[in-house]
Design a protein around this ligand. Structure first.
Ligand code: GN1
Ligand code: MG
Length: 359
């Protein structure tokens, strides 16, 4: 492929395979060979509809990965395979830009894997991974981070974006989604409650990952331990409720995020407990009581937020998320709505399990 010679990959190109798990960027795994030594890389074409200023996003990633590396060394740990490492272009840039297309590359973390569906024990480990990420970044100056997607988890704004999409009805689809629209109107106050608590100063802003799907933590193949948090595109100031809530939304769902049969969708409380244990182990001592007690709110809000985002994109004619078939964003919306309904049914149990762990 003509892009490849523009990056400082070592050796001779062997193979390339698309990795399908992301919903926004296009991702490929590359294998190179240098006289018998194998080198694995990740190549990504960045979705510039989502990420409007990729160069500034890469500055975030450089800052955060440098900090992580230093923090690990300070703790007496080797940063090897523990932090994403950018491969620069032959000109020494973190991005290769060709017309509309923006590309970047990383070293592929070998002898590691990530879960799209995760059992309770592994999810506890994923919780440790994301908790440790927050811990290592506790002293990173959040105000130095650029908002790679402005108002990413601002549910006021997400609500208005949905209103705008309904108003414009670009794809002529509003008539098919009346019930779904009503679902969000009924929950508007709840959906906006984290933003409100941040504005009121109840919840502090921290450096958060903001996209904490279980497949964004790499686990070591030999030990099963979390070694590296990946997908740093949305590292921005945010609430811990975002990272906690999004992780549970994805990992404790009994079905896939886009399961068409909503009867299969529910929230697995044992998995939720396992993640919470791992996450709290690592964040022990620095989260405030106000944050800890409200962790369950994060699950509700993040599930509802993503449902709104999928519906907005469906109404806009599928501009943001990659889709596999025409109704994909509608199926995703309905799946997240079904999940949120089950979370609402289990709210008291979720609160009880979090409270029990806070002690
Ligand atoms: C997108 O592409 P991926 O899988 O990293 C999205 C997340 C959503 C997720 C839902 C930048 O993440 O916010 O929660 O899809 N990322 C962006 O699967 O919008
Ligand atoms: Mg992502």
């Amino acid at each position: 492929m003509r892009i490849l010679p523009h990056f400082r990959f070592q050796g001779a190109f062997q193979s390339m395979e698309e990795l399908k798990s992301g919903n926004v960027n296009h991702t490929y795994r590359l294998v190179y060979d240098d006289n018998g030594a194998r080198y694995d890389y990740v190549l990504q074409r960045i979705n510039t509809y989502a990420f409007r200023e990729p160069a500034r996003m890469m500055e975030n990633i450089a800052g955060v990965t440098d900090h992580l590396r230093r923090a690990l060394i300070k703790n007496g740990e080797s940063p090897d395979r523990r932090v994403l490492e950018v491969i620069r272009t032959v000109e020494g840039q973190p991005l290769y830009i060709e017309g509309e297309d923006v590309w970047r590359a990383y070293i592929f973390i070998t002898d590691a894997f990530a879960y799209d569906t995760v059992d309770a024990a592994a999810f506890r480990e994923v919780g440790r991974g994301f908790g440790n990420f927050q811990k290592l970044l506790i002293d990173y100056p959040a105000d130095q981070l650029f908002e790679s997607i402005p108002n990413f988890h601002n549910t006021y704004k997400r609500f208005f974006q949905l209103m705008r999409a309904i108003d414009e009805d670009k794809a002529g689809r509003v008539k098919d989604v009346r019930d779904e629209i009503e679902f969000f109107f009924d929950r508007r106050k709840m959906l906006c409650s984290i933003v409100e608590l941040i504005e009121q100063g109840v919840l502090p802003l921290r450096v958060t990952h903001n996209d904490t799907k279980s497949n964004n933590v790499m686990l070591d193949r030999a030990t099963g331990k979390a070694i590296c948090v990946i997908d740093l595109d949305t590292v921005m100031p945010g609430s811990v409720l975002y990272d906690y809530g999004d992780a549970i939304r994805f990992g404790a769902n009994t079905a896939a995020e886009d399961e068409p049969d909503t009867s299969k969708i529910s929230l697995d409380l044992d998995k939720a407990r396992a993640f919470t244990e791992g996450f709290m182990e690592e964040t022990n001592g620095f989260l405030t009581e106000d944050e800890l007690r409200r962790l369950p709110l994060g699950i509700k809000v993040l599930t509802g937020e993503l449902a709104m985002r999928f519906l907005t994109d469906y109404l806009d004619g599928d501009l943001y998320f990659k889709i596999d078939y025409p109704q994909h964003n509608l199926v995703r919306t309905r799946a997240q709505i079904a999940l949120l309904r089950d979370i609402e049914r289990k709210e008291a149990e979720l609160q009880a399990l979090v409270d029990a762990l806070i002690g």
